[in-house]
Design a protein around this ligand. Structure first.
Ligand code: HEC
Length: 87
């Protein structure tokens, strides 16, 4: 009886570990998205975005902060998008 419980607990722990590892993999995918990918996914929802040449690097910084509040992206995502648009 005791052995059965130990085996069940061991299986349950393995399942937890597998789930945790899988969710890390998923969030890693989000983190590894490039600026251009994030820009394409977040910045064309409401309007056609102007080309990166339309604004200066300083203006893109301001626009990034302005549009972050509209598109509800994280600071990290905004930085990647702004870096891409400054090029
Ligand atoms: C929820 C809708 C929405 C999303 C998502 C959005 N925008 Fe906007 N954007 C607007 C609106 C509305 C305006 C007009 C200015 C205002 O009222 O804020 C605007 C204006 C702009 C302008 C004109 C300059 C300015 O700051 O007013 C640029 C450039 C721009 N957006 C770029 C972007 C980029 C880059 C992203 C992605 C990070 C983005 N937008 C995501 C709604 C959005």
């Amino acid at each position: 009886m005791k052995k059965t419980i130990i085996i069940i607990v061991a299986i349950f722990n393995n399942l937890l570990l597998i789930t945790a590892m899988y969710s890390c993999q998923v969030s890693h995918k989000v983190i590894s998205k490039s600026g251009v990918q994030l820009w394409a996914e977040n910045c064309q929802r409401c309007h056609n975005t102007p080309s990166s040449a339309s604004f200066s690097p300083e203006q893109w910084e301001t626009i990034g902060m302005h549009m972050q509040t509209r598109s509800l992206i994280t600071n990290e995502e905004r930085n990647k998008i702004v870096e891409f648009l400054k090029q």
